[in-house]
Design a protein around this ligand. Sequence first.
Ligand code: ADP
Ligand code: MG
Length: 248
Amino acid sequence: MTTGEPLIVLDGVNKWFGPLHVLDDVSLSVGRGEVVVVIGPSGSGKSTLCRTINRLEPINSGTITFDGTPLPAEGKALAKLRSEVGMVFQSFNLFAHKTILENVTLGPVKVRGEKPAAARERGLALLDRVGIANQAEKYPAQLSGGQQQRAAIARALAMQPKAMLFDEPTSALDPEMVGEVLEVMTSLARDGMTMVVVTHEMGFARHAANRVIFMADGKLVEDAPPAEFFANPRSERAKDFLSKILTH
Ligand SMILES: Nc1ncnc2c1ncn2[C@@H]1O[C@H](COP(=O)(O)OP(=O)(O)O)[C@@H](O)[C@H]1O
Ligand SMILES: [Mg+2]
């Protein structure tokens, strides 16, 4: 696997919700193994950007390619894309009536056709990797928010994705649980996972990101390495945003 070669490429992407222009001529290339953090004010289109990449949202114009192929619109190819692009949301989205291990093994068995015993073994290894192997037989409600979010990450990883999208994965967590989730994400980044991460955790952006993208009003306003972005944001919008989030 070559680091740097483009894995996710958006070219001139536009997306409207009715009259609202939520993605305005967005072009972006994310290389293999690259970690891109997306920041910006509420309503700037960050979630929509993530959702277009695994085609939870269709786009109105422009192109998106993943691993060299335009995103498929439907059918088996779309299911394959969804398994190759893992997504972790703010709300943990675990199946409440399945155990943590079942949550992790369901996709591999049903979608990827893995043998249950093999899926179980791999699932346990993934739960171990995110530090919750001892919670495997519990139900989501019995876990803390931080543990549930780590289970959600393990579940996405169980599909052996080529990239992971994180949409504010720590925003719903109590403050004391943010660190344990960021730690898992940092270790994934270090292991070479391609990641697009929407977050307000500027520490993570500084230390784990290769690039920071600042969005406002559906546009990519800045795209720079974190050290450069934080030391010298070029646009007034980014300066204003940073002054607000770094002072509270
Ligand atoms: N399904 C939808 N239908 C209509 N408007 C939407 C929908 N989803 C998002 N929006 C609007 O699109 C804009 C961008 O939303 P979003 O991508 O969620 O922004 P962010 O994640 O940066 O807060 C917002 O104005 C939001 O209200
Ligand atoms: Mg959002």
